[in-house]
Design a protein around this ligand. Structure first.
Ligand SMILES: [Fe+2]
Ligand SMILES: [Fe+2]
Length: 201
């Protein structure tokens, strides 16, 4: 019979795997930092575009999501700095299309981050046993899934002419970027008190 301990040791990474994962994790954090900084600038531009098109509520959503991405970037930056590594200098590149097109692109972008990129980065950070990277990546991954949901809802409302049913207030947790239309007492990702949430309206 195989004991639990034996099972555990059979999946334990070798020293080389552990070290490689450590280096790879910092590379991944740099790449994620770039992505989050670019998303911050892009969503601010999309917020302005939505306002220009007369979609004030969509502009608020984009503004809140931009703030959430900035929080992810700040968290990732802290992980990179604590590893003694270089924080990349970012020159955000993005294209502003119509709000309908922007929303559609963003659904795909957030889905990729939430379901492919962050889960992959997370797996490597777990092998590396980099606990703060795991925390920062988890916060971002879980938030991006909510962003995907908000963008899907909004595109649906835009297509069916029901934008008046959209929320005109959003809350962002300053610790993890979690984004809400209704603030719970404590953030359900980071347990931050709702008094600390940033309000967008
Ligand atoms: Fe993010
Ligand atoms: Fe996001």
């Amino acid at each position: 019979m195989i004991s639990c301990d034996t099972k555990k040791s059979s999946i334990k990474p070798t020293t080389k795997e552990h070290m490689d994962a450590g280096f790879k994790t910092i590379e991944n954090m740099q790449s994620a930092y770039k992505g989050e900084m670019t998303a911050t600038a892009k969503y601010e531009a999309y917020s302005k575009k939505a306002d220009e098109e007369g979609y004030h509520q969509i502009a608020i959503l984009y503004h809140a999501v931009a703030a959430a991405e900035k929080i992810h970037a700040t968290n990732h930056k802290a992980v990179i700095e604590d590893a003694g590594s270089t924080v990349p200098i970012i020159k955000p590149e993005y294209t502003v299309k119509t709000t309908k097109e922007n929303l559609s692109d963003d659904i795909n972008g957030e889905a990729y981050e939430a379901k492919t990129m962050y889960p992959d980065f997370l797996k490597t950070a777990e092998i590396a046993d980099n606990k703060i990277a795991v925390l920062s990546l988890t916060y971002a991954m879980k938030t991006e899934l909510k962003h995907k949901y908000f963008f899907e809802q909004t595109l649906g409302d835009l297509n069916s002419n029901t934008l008046n049913s959209m929320s005109s207030i959003y809350y962002v947790c300053p610790a993890c970027g979690n984004t809400y239309t209704t603030a719970p007492k404590h953030c359900d990702f980071s347990l931050t008190d709702k008094e600390k949430f940033i309000t967008f309206q």
